[in-house]
Design a protein around this ligand. Structure first.
Ligand code: PDD
Length: 277
């Protein structure tokens, strides 16, 4: 399968970078994950805007104009058979002699790959998914889509070891987000989400859900959400590029609401499907 690396389309097995790449040595880079349906990127503008924000946040010079980025992605997705793909873009600060501070001269490493996008099955959506919870141990710049993901990796592994699909994290008693998803809570029929601040990544689905709520007449309340409110929620939802919207059936073994996907999930899921290309 073909991938893009530093100016060239190459088979994945030929795509090689230096061991001195700052992505490898320091996790010094950012990434983006974009879903494609019917060969069209979903919310491309928002994804590229976030990629550019992430680069700016770490003072990494953006090596391409937006149109060039779109062209590079098209070249990769065009070489793959699937109509529905999940595109991965990574940019690092490039190769340099090891030293923590930015090197004087380095050229960013750009890597793009794609895989078939397999959305959750109807069965999974009908049952809802099991989640577990843990304290958020990540740094305080979670708004940057950094490739330094050790905290997220450990949270995801915790879920895997407990036969759960996602770990819902709390910082000092308040909801932040999943290991790789945003988390939504329904209380008294209204949807709640934690504020977009440094404690969470602003998912592209965060903005989409805001729009869908407005269109569907679902009240959305953005505020800090205490742990007890999550555990007494009528519904909990998780969102990400790959998972779309999923209902949470249980958290730490406690059923969420009725233990079945609720009405807010059903409405938002239907609206999400409508919004896709
Ligand atoms: N993860 N929060 C975190 C920590 C994430 O890693 C993600 C996405 C999200 C949801 O963002 P979006 O709606 O833009 O997918 C929230 C991607 C899919 C990943 O790391 O693979």
């Amino acid at each position: 399968s073909l991938v893009y690396l530093n100016g060239q389309l190459t088979p994945l097995s030929d795509a090689k970078i230096s061991v001195l790449d700052r992505g490898f040595i320091f996790g010094d880079g950012v990434y983006e994950v974009i879903p494609m349906y019917h060969r069209q990127l979903f919310r491309a503008d928002q994804h590229f805007a976030r990629l550019f924000r992430s680069m700016r946040a770490i003072s990494l010079l953006n090596p391409h104009a937006k149109e060039e980025w779109m062209e590079l992605v098209r070249n990769v997705t065009g070489a793959h058979a699937s109509d529905q793909q999940l595109v991965y873009i990574q940019v690092t600060r490039g190769v340099a002699k090891r030293g923590h501070a930015f090197p004087e001269a380095s050229y960013p490493t750009v890597f793009i790959m794609t895989n078939p996008l397999v959305t959750p099955s109807e069965d999974v959506r009908a049952q809802g998914v099991a989640c577990v919870s843990m304290e958020d141990s990540r740094w305080l710049h979670c708004d940057i889509k950094s490739i330094s993901l050790l905290g997220n990796v450990l949270a995801a592994q915790y879920a895997a070891e407990h036969d759960a699909v996602e770990t819902i994290q709390f910082r000092d008693g308040f909801l932040t987000e999943g290991a790789s998803s945003n988390v939504w809570v329904v209380r008294h029929g209204r949807l709640m989400a934690p504020p977009k601040d440094k404690h969470i990544l602003e998912g592209i689905r965060y903005g989409l859900i805001e729009e869908l709520c407005a269109a569907c007449g679902i009240m959305l309340e953005v505020r800090h959400i205490a742990r007890a409110e999550v555990f007494h929620a009528e519904e909990i939802l998780i969102t990400s590029a790959g998972k779309e919207i999923l209902p949470v059936a249980s958290i730490d073994g406690h059923p969420v609401g009725s233990g079945k996907p609720g009405p807010v999930f059903q409405r938002l899921y239907a609206a999400y499907q409508q919004a896709k290309p």
